[in-house]
Design a protein around this ligand. Structure first.
Ligand SMILES: *Cc1c(COP(=O)(O)O)cnc(C)c1O
Length: 478
């Protein structure tokens, strides 16, 4: 059987295979790749997966999309198993009961945040595709980060054959823990660059590099940002996994399971939407935002309006537009790429997109939403610590606040816990004092040697730095 194929939401590229879509990231017409068909699962099939380990379940879910024509079955299994082995918990993403609802802990990977689930997998797929002929065997991954993405990418790509990973971050503007998670990695293929500038400057340098075709092709540039389809696909597994763990309880068997997801770029919750489209018995999908609430405004009023970024205590959700949302808009547009392209054009020129009537109703039947501000978030962290002896990171607390605001606290509700509280001590300390001990892997970071290069906010100098580093590495391997 052939694998699922993919086309750009804006219609410029059609029927591409999984390998191409993973290696390309963003479509050439700036659209996002979406599956041309969504494979389905039956209730019986999901039931037959109940006894599987997380890794075996992930193989089942991924092989719905990825067949032997893309990755041989034994290779797919090897990629999935090695990705899962990087997690500290034997369940990879354990599900626990707290305060009358479930919590899906996604932070047991190397960098203590949910992005590890996808980036461990993406790193292994990149390596396999390079080994088997893609890109002439080399890839220079360039990314900008304000925190979590950089470290998760670095841990996903460290030591990988054929790959150099260059991460730009704004000097002095990422949290000390996040900076050290990046700069203490010693592998020679990892290059951390502290740029004299802001996060936006770093992002502009990345975009400009991709827009310099000659440079892009010479260094074989690739991207790891959250729009890579592989990341969404990797995340669908934990919706199936947590569904099965919740319905392990005899009294909850056959009940729909709902999910509350702390949301920024809409990548995590989109995986839940695809799980539902595959046929998983999903009830509600709750979009939980902080003060950067463009998605909450969309799902309550039909207004997708860009506003300036507000700095919150859940920084990984501080966005003004949601980079994965275009995939859902494409679905709302009835898979009509012309309509979608015109919507995106409207949004890009006016910073506004409005929907109403049937379309808004449709969106509201797929998702509900809520917004938590700083006080609500801190109150939840404090209450769960005081009453339930459970400590949450501020992102997770936004998701928990959402289900309380919506009156959806019940035994079939799963709140996704997206990071470990120990990663955000300054915020958590405002609710819990003294802080619980940090995990030892985070506590030792301040004692480890660091390796980082400084660079001015200058495209030419950043590109020269990259070429020099890559040439040195190729020479050392020759
Ligand atoms: C990235 C991130 C989020 C938001 O995920 P999206 O896929 O962008 O919606 C939430 N919490 C944490 C801790 C994150 O790192």
């Amino acid at each position: 059987m052939a694998s699922v194929t993919y086309s750009s939401t804006r219609g410029g590229q059609k029927n591409l295979d999984f390998r191409t879509v993973v290696m390309t990231g963003l479509a050439h017409d700036r659209g996002l790749f979406v599956p041309d068909s969504i494979p389905t699962v039956t209730t019986e099939e999901v039931e037959s997966w109940r006894g599987l380990s997380y890794a075996d379940l992930a193989v089942k879910v991924l092989s719905k999309f990825v067949k032997e024509d893309q990755v041989p079955a034994d290779k797919l299994e090897d990629i999935v198993k090695r990705s899962c082995a990087a997690f500290r918990h034997e369940d990879v993403t354990p599900v626990i009961d707290v305060a009358g609802h479930a919590v899906l802990e996604l932070f047991h990977g190397p960098t203590f945040a949910f992005k590890d689930v996808a980036l461990q997998m993406l790193g292994n797929f990149f390596e396999y595709f390079l080994e088997t002929g893609s890109n002439g065997g080399r890839l220079a991954v360039l990314g900008a980060t304000s925190g979590d993405t950089g470290s998760a990418a670095i841990y996903g790509l460290r030591g990988k054959k054929g790959i150099d990973c260059i991460i730009l971050f704004p000097r002095g503007r990422v949290s000390p823990i996040q900076e050290r998670q990046m700069t203490t990695v010693e592998d020679s293929n990892i290059h951390c660059v502290a740029v004299e500038g802001t996060f936006d400057d770093c992002q502009d340098l990345v975009k400009a590099s991709f827009n310099t075709p000659e440079f892009r092709d010479r260094v074989k540039l690739g991207a790891v940002n959250s729009i890579n389809w592989c990341r969404v696909l990797a995340q669908t597994t934990y919706y199936f996994w947590s569904y099965l763990r919740v319905t392990d309880k005899a009294e909850l068997k056959d009940k729909p399971v709902s999910y509350s997801v702390p949301t920024g770029n809409f990548g995590d919750i989109l995986a839940g939407f695809y799980a539902k489209k595959m046929g998983l018995n999903v009830g509600k999908l709750v979009v939980a935002t902080n003060e950067n609430d463009i998605l909450h405004r969309f799902f309550t009023k039909g207004e997708y309006h860009r506003e300036p970024i507000a700095k919150s205590i859940s920084p990984s959700m501080d966005i003004c537009v949601s980079s994965n949302f275009e995939r859902y808009l494409f679905f709302l547009a009835g898979n009509d790429s012309e309509k979608l392209a015109s919507w995106m054009k409207t949004f890009e020129t006016t910073k506004k997109l409005d929907i109403s009537g049937d379309l808004l109703q449709k969106a509201q039947s797929d998702f509900t939403s809520a917004r938590a501000d700083t006080k609500m978030t801190l109150d939840v962290i404090k209450e769960y610590n005081d009453k339930h002896n459970y400590v949450m990171c501020p992102h997770t607390a936004v998701g928990v606040s959402a289900i309380r605001q919506l009156g959806e606290v019940n035994s079939t509700m799963v709140c996704l816990a997206t990071a470990h509280d120990g990663k955000f001590p300054a915020a958590v300390k405002q609710a819990i004092d003294p802080l619980p001990d940090a995990p030892k892997q985070l506590a030792v970071l301040s004692e480890l040697p660091t390796r980082v290069s400084d660079c001015p906010n200058d495209l030419k100098q950043v590109q020269e730095f990259m070429e020099k580093r890559i040439a040195e590495r190729i020479a050392s391997q020759a």
